[in-house]
Design a protein around this ligand. Structure first.
Ligand code: SF4
Length: 172
């Protein structure tokens, strides 16, 4: 399908890691609209959809606070994460200071000792506007049921090295 020069310039504004996917989406929308040539307007319409999924604000919009939770891979064998998710949804306990302009964009396990996939997954979330990672309560508690994660400080440093803030705890 033919693209105008201006439409291609608009497409160039889309982050490179999703540009191919965005291009296919633009062409799909153009076909649905019966367009012969892709104009900037069709690109913009498609970008709106993609930006809302990517966690990017439109110009002039207030930035949301984007949060991820990393939790213990071992504990996740027996815990579906209800406590963490409910605490965020209801802005309780360690999420009580967040307003409606906060969204949870990631909820993942560390991948097993010593937190082998934290670096990779935080890296992915940087593309989605990540601001802060909460270490789940199961990583931070220290009692008979939940011995403290021995790699907690190392995991914290890994995240902070990427310029992302770390908060300890979710629902305890
Ligand atoms: S690194 Fe810590 S959080 Fe991850 S599995 Fe081991 S004990 Fe659990």
């Amino acid at each position: 399908m033919e693209w105008s020069k201006e439409a291609l310039a608009e497409l160039d504004q889309v982050p490179a890691f999703v540009r191919g996917m965005a291009k296919r989406a633009v062409e799909k929308l153009a076909r649905e609209e019966g367009a012969d040539i892709i104009t900037p307007n069709i690109v913009l319409k498609t970008k709106e959809k993609y930006f809302s999924l990517l966690g990017k604000e439109k110009e002039g919009e207030k930035k949301l606070t984007r949060i991820a939770v990393v939790r213990c891979h071992t504990v996740a064998e027996v815990c579906p994460g209800v406590g963490c998710l409910k605490a965020f949804a209801h802005r309780k306990l360690n999420f009580q200071d967040y307003g409606s302009d906060a969204e949870l964009i990631g909820f993942f396990t560390c991948g097993g000792c010593s937190g082998r996939r934290v670096s990779r997954l935080v890296e992915k979330l940087l593309n989605h506007g990540l601001d802060i990672v909460h270490l789940s309560s199961c990583m931070c508690m220290d009692d008979d049921d939940y011995p403290k994660c021995p790699f907690k400080n190392q995991i914290r440093k890994t995240i902070e090295a990427k310029g992302i803030k770390v908060a300890e705890g979710t629902h305890h």
